[in-house]
Design a protein around this ligand. Sequence first.
Ligand code: UGA
Length: 421
Amino acid sequence: MKVTVVGAGYVGLVTAVGLSALGHDVTCLEKDERKLGLINSGKSPIYEKGMEKISIKAGADADLAGSDIILISVGTPTNPDYSQDLSQIESASMEIGKALADSSKFNVVVVRSTVFPGTTEDVVQPIIEKNSSKKAGSGFGIAMMPEFLREGTALDDFSHPDRVVIGIKDEKTREIIGRFLEPFKCTKFFTSIRSSEMIKYASNAFLAARIATINELSEVCEKVGVDIDDVADAIGADARIGNKFLDAGPGFGGSCFPKDVKALISNSERLGLEPAILQSVISANEHHTVRVLEKLEEFDGKEIAVLGLSFKPGTDDVRESPSIKVISKLIERGARVRAYDPQAMENMRKIFPKIRYCIDMDEALSGCDAAIIMQEWDEFRKSASYFKKILGDRPLLDCRRILTSKDAEEAGLSYLCIGRG
Ligand code: UGA
């Protein structure tokens, strides 16, 4: 099928690359010259496994009217009051509407950006109808298909989804989307458009709450002399709970969980609700990240090495990374910070231009007064004796339990971690 993806951000690019691999004729419609330059020279503007080299078409214009499917994948940033800034959605809808005015085919417009229930039908659809002078359902199709792509494994998530969710409202659109989604053999949930929009928020809220819960339990485990991973393994074997997303760490970050939970809170409040659980997911997560540093209080004013700057391994994305809070707090307490990350140093340099960035882990650890492992990048998985040799008696705070306590003890390492008593 002929597909245009509007917006070559994270989701748009991964979607475009994934759909091309399935044999669709895909073009990315993107206005940013820098991104266009990179994509058209075969390079990805984002760091993502499997996208080191890409070959997709991209341009500031695209044949929208000739496309069978038009996916809207533009950004929906958060306003200061946590509501969504829909300006990119609105201008994409306007451009699509104008193009569809001259179209002789039944184009299907699919919203892929994360938007609050009601946005596709109350914002996107009327703008397209007004600018095309056509009606949804008869003149063009309208649908909503949320994404469930994790950074770092996004291409694999695209090709092998647990499920596909698609909101539609007319039979013709359902038939076209049914053919479009043929290659995906997973369960497909055809729902109302509003349900699809809500399912995306509900998924991220649930996952964020799950991580906030395991992190809070890790704090209790430390007090009562229990290993959180023993607890996670056993509760995860209960089919009702499941064993994924139970890794306690320094708090969740990224461009999705914090933003989506906050948007859900602000929209729920606007609807007169008091979303107590969602509010505490955010506050517990903030508290948890800061609490991590209580373990290194006596190092105020000293030189601390921070290993891992991205919000999780496998990406160069530092948005809402717990490392930002940790570095800010350390600086506030008078510490000097040196940092190392396999991919994210360039992005972190924009936030903290003055801290020392090291060329590798050895440089970061040599001569520091204490070290913190924030994320479980593979290259941080060294033996306890490696850390002992380089750190001597200076402490290592392991937020991802890369070492076992037994190995750390046997190596004589001064070892602190999250989630073990
Ligand atoms: C998340 C969702 O997992 C995707 O399904 C969704 O499509 C995406 O948001 C989105 O809305 O676009 P992502 O933010 O890329 O994906 O990353 P996750 O793997 O979900 O991790 C989020 C945060 O939780 C990270 O900081 C990670 O370190 C943390 N985390 C995750 C844990 O601390 N423990 C875990 O067990 C899992």
